[in-house]
Design a protein around this ligand. Structure first.
Ligand code: VTB
Length: 324
């Protein structure tokens, strides 16, 4: 895929981040999400691609914009699958917390898994552990193997996991094993990515949204890491939905090829509120704002960071960009 598509997509996540960040701490996750979605939808049609949303805001009948199957781009470029989460961390923004991003991943048509909006059990690792662990192992075994491969005592390892009631047993097992734990309030796309960049996190475990799993897998492909996943349909309806989306055996273990295929993948994200990898939107004097984005390509395994100063006009409730 063309490099300029990645840059154009980053401009779009920047715009979404600027719009969403206006809602920081204002207790209104719907408005924050809507602002980001409108920003992306209104700009993505100009991108030189013949794109189809495979992960977006929902089904056509429930999402007016960026619904699954929606055609995006100006149809003049390559045929591309687009996975988009205009605001990953709606509650995070609403509560003024860290680690919200606007994110888009793309790959040649047919490469990205059409993941239903249900939970997925996940294991994400960086290059040193890629291909060496199994989501099927109990977490204690996974830790022991990882500690051995990394040549690090368990007490020097850090594992990140969403802070959820459903993870209580796993968190107890992690504590028992003596590793450090990074509990995430939300945002397991970044949580998984952190396992594959130079950070203190060695592993990401636990269950989170399946769409977020595919987004993270796209980034991990670019970083040489690995994501393993298993969908967790809870009801016969959810199981049927998986099947309708092309997964004849919804509970089978999903590897990187299942989630992001083998084609060239790109991943762009812009920080809305600050996280460990990306700073959030910073409002500057004189109607300016600064955004921080990451652009990753799987082909050359490049990871670029983009800092942009935007000139803004309008009030914070009705933000419009004069120029980006
Ligand atoms: C995660 C996380 C999201 O949902 O996927 C999580 O990345 C999973 O759902 O930011 P639960 O909140 O029910 O655990 C979010 O927290 C919100 O979409």
């Amino acid at each position: 895929m063309e490099r300029h598509i990645a840059l154009e997509l980053a401009r779009i996540t920047e715009a979404a981040a600027l719009e969403a960040a206006c809602w920081t701490g204002r207790g209104d996750k719907h408005s924050a999400d809507n602002a980001a979605t409108v920003a992306i939808r209104s700009r993505i049609s100009s991108v030189d691609m013949d794109g189809t949303v495979v992960i977006g805001e929902g089904e056509m009948d429930e999402a007016p914009m960026l619904y699954i199957g929606e055609k995006v781009g100006n149809r003049r470029g390559p045929k591309i699958d687009v996975a988009v989460d205009p605001l990953e961390g709606t509650e995070t923004v609403a509560n003024g917390l860290n680690n919200a991003i606007s994110v888009i991943a793309a790959a040649p048509q047919g490469n990205l898994l059409h993941a239903p909006d249900i939970y997925m059990a996940k294991l994400a690792v960086g290059p040193s552990l890629a291909g060496k662990l199994s989501l099927d192992d109990p977490v204690e075994i996974t830790l022991a193997k990882a500690s051995n491969i990394l040549n690090k005592p368990l007490s020097d390892m850090t594992v990140s996991i969403l802070d959820r009631e459903r993870h209580q047993d796993m968190i107890s097992a992690l504590r028992e094993a003596g590793v450090r734990i990074k509990l995430l309030s939300h945002g397991d796309v970044m949580g998984a990515i952190e396992a594959a960049v130079d950070s203190e996190v060695d592993l990401y475990v636990g269950s989170g949204g399946a769409p977020e799993g595919v987004l993270a897998a796209a980034a991990l492909r670019c970083l040489g890491g690995e994501m393993q996943g298993r969908l967790l349909p809870d009801t016969p309806e959810e199981e049927k939905r998986c099947q309708q989306m092309g997964l004849s055996d919804p509970k089978r273990l999903l590897g990187m090829d299942d989630m992001v295929g083998r084609g060239n993948v790109l991943f762009v994200a812009t920080g809305v509120t600050s996280g460990d990898l990306l700073s959030g939107v910073r409002y500057l004097p004189n109607q300016k704002a600064e955004t921080h984005s990451v652009i990753m390509h799987s082909m050359n395994r490049t990871v670029s960071y983009l800092k942009t100063i935007h000139h803004l006009s309008g009030t914070l409730d009705n933000l419009t960009e004069a120029a980006i």
